[in-house]
Design a protein around this ligand. Structure first.
Ligand SMILES: [Zn+2]
Length: 149
């Protein structure tokens, strides 16, 4: 168990509506959380991250991407979130089926010159189910942030 190779293992995660959202070499439970002063404790999905609406993932998983977001729509206009130490600009990512917000990327000045797929994506905690959890029929409570439109 200690010597598992992370490069060969991949994990799949679903929206609360069961739509496949994420295929990744990272185990979501083990991802780092955002720290204070950010209040949402979002999980940090390290780059490179590809966002695609395609449902065919076989070809893409052989490429160098470590994480692929599927069936996710990127909001066209970013929103501004107030933080204790200032503001941050977020582009929300929504499930294309149920429109729930599953995460966001940042349009901060640090990322201004990077390609979007080379930026980390922040996943809202409690918003995704692993395939195993879904098969078990686990029904998580809807997180508070999911009520936001
Ligand atoms: Zn959904």
């Amino acid at each position: 168990m200690a010597e598992e190779s992370p490069s060969t293992q991949s994990y799949t995660y679903h929206c609360l509506c069961s739509t496949l959202i994420l295929t990744t070499t990272h185990e979501v439970q083990s991802l780092p959380h955002r720290q204070e002063p950010v209040q949402d404790a979002a999980l940090i999905l390290p780059p490179p991250v590809e966002v695609t609406r395609s449902e065919t993932i076989e070809a893409q998983t052989t490429q160098s991407f470590s994480s692929i977001l599927l069936n996710v729509a990127t909001e066209r206009r970013p929103i501004i979130i107030r933080r204790d130490d200032g503001f941050e600009k977020r582009t929300l990512l929504r499930c294309t089926r149920c429109k729930i917000v599953i995460g966001y990327s940042l349009d901060d000045i640090h990322w201004e010159n990077s390609e979007r797929e080379l930026r980390p994506v922040y996943l809202l905690p409690g918003g995704l189910l692993s395939t195993a959890e879904m098969v078990e029929g686990k029904q998580p409570g809807t997180p508070a942030w999911a009520d936001q439109k």
